[in-house]
Design a protein. Structure first.
Lengths: 193, 217
């Protein structure tokens, strides 16, 4: 379509009909030029969102100034001039935004505090799993449903047949037992008394 | 995203009404120039009657070669720049139209003097009073603003393709025609002030249109 010729003439005819109020011709025209506009926009813009935004801006501009097209003249130069203006506006806007923002790749992320830059050692889950396995069945079930399966108290109660109250008690006791097993201290609850 | 574009097309088509095509740019430029000519002629006759000298004063001035040359150069600059602005405002016209007013504008600028640009404040028996410059500026604004508003209205579609070119060349045409008019009904040569005034106004218009485009982008 970029080479004009017959397709250009057809578009010119459709635009002339659209100017006279032929909605079907207008729809055909806009649908026909959209892939072309998208391809043109992709040459200058990388983000698909930017491309689509600029295509929509071009379509809106075409709509706004469609009375300026002279059917005696070729259609494509008219279209291309409008498209180019909108792409330039978009690039200018983007340039301005980008000049205020610095994109930092995650590799460059660093902190003033030296230990924060040392990659975290992989957590040792084996002790936790062993401690959970050692819990009484009721407490183990409460932890599995509430923490591993991420259920609410109500869901866990429906699933296990235990009451909400007994689930709460079982979970509380389980956390205390796990804290004891992993850190050797009974935790805040106990220290606060 | 594509769906959004499809929806936009649908909305545009649904709301599309028949539009009246613009007449050829040359015809529209001629129409605007005729209106501008009528306005300037009207102001000239009004001033001539006010001063009680009739048009004799004007024709006396036209006998001076320098005045006539400057007057013709500004008139030619005005006409060519306005034609160029009407052409440039359309997306599919050549940018080479920008060159049309260049020869006349060069001749016009060569004939410039300071004129009334340097007389903003006068110190006399009444203390500091507004100089001739203030009066000059008032006359310029009175001529340029009505012409400019009409031109801006007729070229409002230029934002779609070449807003800055159109504004700059349009302002040149406006400045030249205001100078053409003012040299008929204003005693002092106000050309430099006219140019400065139009440069300031054109810059403001460009800045505003840029801001609007920025907000949209």
């Amino acid at each position: 379509m970029a080479d004009g010729g017959e397709e250009g003439e057809e578009l010119a005819r459709l635009m002339a009909a659209a100017q006279d109020g032929d909605k079907r011709a207008y729809a055909t025209l806009l649908q026909a030029v959209t892939p072309y506009l998208r391809a043109q926009a992709r040459r200058y813009l990388r983000s698909p969102q930017d491309v689509e935004d600029v295509v929509q801006e071009i379509l809106l501009t075409i709509h706004r100034v469609r009375h300026t097209y002279d059917p005696a003249r070729p259609f494509l130069p008219w279209l291309v001039a409008i498209a180019r203006r909108r792409v330039v506006d978009r690039l200018r806007g983007k340039g301005r935004r980008d000049s205020h923002e610095v994109v930092v790749s995650p590799d460059d992320e660093t902190f003033a505090n030296a230990p924060a830059n040392i990659p975290e050692e992989e957590a040792d889950h084996s002790r936790l799993h062993a401690a959970i396995a050692a819990l009484p069945p009721g407490q183990r079930l409460a932890v599995e449903l509430l923490k591993f399966k991420d259920m609410s108290l109500k869901e866990a109660s429906d699933f296990s047949g235990m009451s909400v109250g007994s689930l709460k008690v079982a979970a509380h006791r389980a956390y205390k037992a796990l804290r004891m097993a992993l850190t050797g201290s009974p935790g805040e609850d106990e220290t606060r008394g | 995203m594509t769906t959004q574009t499809d929806q936009l097309i649908e909305a545009l088509v649904t709301g599309a009404k028949p539009v009246r095509r613009l007449r050829p740019p040359m015809l529209r430029a001629a129409f605007w120039l005729a209106l501008a000519g009528a306005l300037i002629a009207g102001i000239t006759v009004y001033h001539a009657n006010e001063e009680g000298e009739g048009l004799k004063h004007l024709f006396g001035d036209l006998a001076h070669t320098k005045f006539t040359l400057q007057w013709l150069a500004s008139l030619a600059t005005g006409i060519t720049a306005v034609i160029a602005a009407f052409e440039l405002s359309l997306p599919d016209r050549s940018r080479a139209w920008r060159l049309l007013p260049v020869p006349a504008a060069a001749l016009w600028l060569l004939t410039l003097g300071y004129g009334c640009f340097t007389d903003w404040v006068e110190y006399g028996p009444d203390g500091f009073v507004a100089g001739h410059s203030v009066q000059c500026l008032t006359t310029i604004i009175g001529t340029s603003v009505p012409l400019g508003l009409g031109l801006a209205f007729m070229l409002s579609h230029a934002g779609a393709s070449r807003p800055v070119d159109t504004i700059v060349i349009g302002a040149l045409g406006l400045a030249a025609l205001s100078a053409t008019g003012l040299s008929l009904y204003h005693d002092l040569d106000a050309t430099l002030m006219i140019i400065v005034w139009h440069v300031v106004v054109a810059s403001l218009v460009v800045a505003i249109s840029r801001l609007r485009a920025r907000r949209r982008a």
